[in-house]
Design a protein around this ligand. Structure first.
Ligand code: AMP
Length: 291
C-alpha cells in the first residue's frame, strides 16, 4: 500500500543564520547534534557516515555544499556532479533531521576574506599537489562547525589526510567537537566509492581497481614482514605501472601522523585521464570491507 504521507523529507536550511538558530534550538532542548559534511552526489560511503551519526546523536545534520574554495584553477568545480533532489530523497529515507545546503554567496559573501590554515599537514602530498586545497577545506569545515555547532562530526578515512587535518584543527581550535573517522566503503571489485567515479569512462572504470590492488599488494608484503617503506612503495608503483590507463601522482608509505616521514600508511593518488582518484590503507590493519 502506498505511504499516505509520502517519503519523508529532511528539512532544508540554506542560510548560515538559519542553521545556527536551529542548532541553538536543539542545544537549548538538550539535544546532541551530529554533523556529516559532504559535497553531495551521495553514495553508500556518505550514507555509512550518516548511519553512524544517526546512532550517536539526537539530531543529525548533513551539509551538502560544493565548496569552491577547495578547488584549484583548472580543477573540476564547474563540472562536479550536483544532484540535490536525489540527495534530499536519500537523506530523507535515512531519517536525517536537517540538510544544510547553503549557496556560495551565503558562505562566501564578497567581503569575507578570512581563511583557516592548518600548518604542516597542508603542505605535503594532497596539499602539495593541490595548492590551496586544504585551506579551502579547513575554512569551510570551520564555518560548518560554527553554523551547526555539532557535538560530533563524521569524516571518511578515504580522505585520510583531510581527516587528519580536521582532527588536528578541531583540537587546536578547542572546538570540543569529537571528530569521528570511519572506514572506506568500496565497490565489490575494491574501488573506493567516490562521487568522481561517475566521470570514469568504461575503460577507466575497468582499470580503476588497480588502486585497491596496489594497496593490497603492499599490505601482503607488509604482512609477510617487509617494513622498508621504499620497498613497499616500489611494490605499489610496479603494480600501477602495469596499468596503462593509470598515471600516478604519488604512491607512498608515510607516517600517519605527519604524512611526510616514512611509515606504514600507504597512500595513492592516480589520474585516469582528467579524473584523479585517491585511496589509502594503514598497512597491517584489517580491511574493513570485503577484500
Ligand atoms: P565528499 O562529498 O567527497 O567531500 O565526501 C564527504 C565525506 O564522505 C568525507 O568525509 C569523505 O571522506 C567521506 N567519503 C567519501 N567517500 C567515502 C567512502 N567510499 N567511504 C567512506 N566515506 C567516504
Amino acid at each position: 500500500m502506498p505511504d499516505p504521507v509520502g517519503p519523508r523529507r529532511a528539512s532544508v536550511l540554506r542560510r548560515p543564520a538559519e542553521m545556527l538558530a536551529a542548532a541553538r534550538g536543539w542545544h537549548a532542548r538538550g539535544q546532541s547534534i551530529g554533523l556529516v559534511p559532504t559535497m553531495g552526489a551521495l553514495h553508500r560511503g556518505h550514507l555509512s557516515l550518516v548511519r553512524r551519526a544517526r546512532t550517536g546523536n539526537d539530531v543529525v545534520v548533513v551539509s551538502v555544499f560544493v565548496n569552491p574554495l577547495q578547488f584549484g584553477p583548472g580543477e573540476d568545480f564547474a563540472r562536479y556532479p550536483r544532484q540535490p533532489e536525489q540527495d534530499l530523497e536519500l537523506l530523507g529515507a535515512e531519517g536525517v533531521d536537517a540538510v544544510y545546503m547553503p549557496g556560495v554567496d551565503d558562505m562566501y559573501p564578497a567581503q569575507a576574506t578570512t581563511r583557516v590554515r592548518v600548518a604542516g599537514l597542508d603542505g605535503v602530498l594532497e596539499g602539495a599537489h593541490r595548492p590551496g586545497h586544504f585551506e579551502g577545506v579547513a575554512t569551510v569545515v570551520t564555518k560548518l562547525f560554527n553554523a551547526v555547532r555539532p557535538d560530533r562530526a563524521y569524516f571518511g578515512r578515504k580522505d585520510a589526510q583531510q581527516a587528519a587535518l580536521i582532527t588536528r584543527m578541531a583540537c587546536d581550535l578547542d572546538t570540543g567537537i569529537d571528530v569521528v573517522v570511519l572506514p572506506t566503503v568500496r565497490e565489490p571489485d575494491g574501488l573506493a566509492l567516490s562521487s568522481r567515479n561517475a566521470y570514469l569512462s568504461p575503460e577507466q572504470r575497468a582499470a580503476a581497481p588497480c588502486l585497491h590492488r596496489a594497496l593490497r599488494a603492499a599490505d601482503d608484503c607488509y604482512l609477510a614482514g617487509e617494513r622498508d617503506p621504499a620497498r613497499l612503495q616500489a611494490v605499489m608503483s610496479a603494480l600501477l605501472d602495469g596499468e596503462p590507463q593509470a598515471d600516478p601522482d604519488y604512491a607512498v608509505a608515510v607516517d600517519p601522523d605527519d604524512f611526510e616521514s616514512p611509515g606504514r600508511l600507504a597512500l595513492l593518488a592516480v589520474r585516469f585521464g582528467k579524473v584523479r582518484l585517491i585511496d589509502n590503507h594503514l598497512l597491517g590493519e584489517p580491511w574493513p570491507v570485503s577484500r
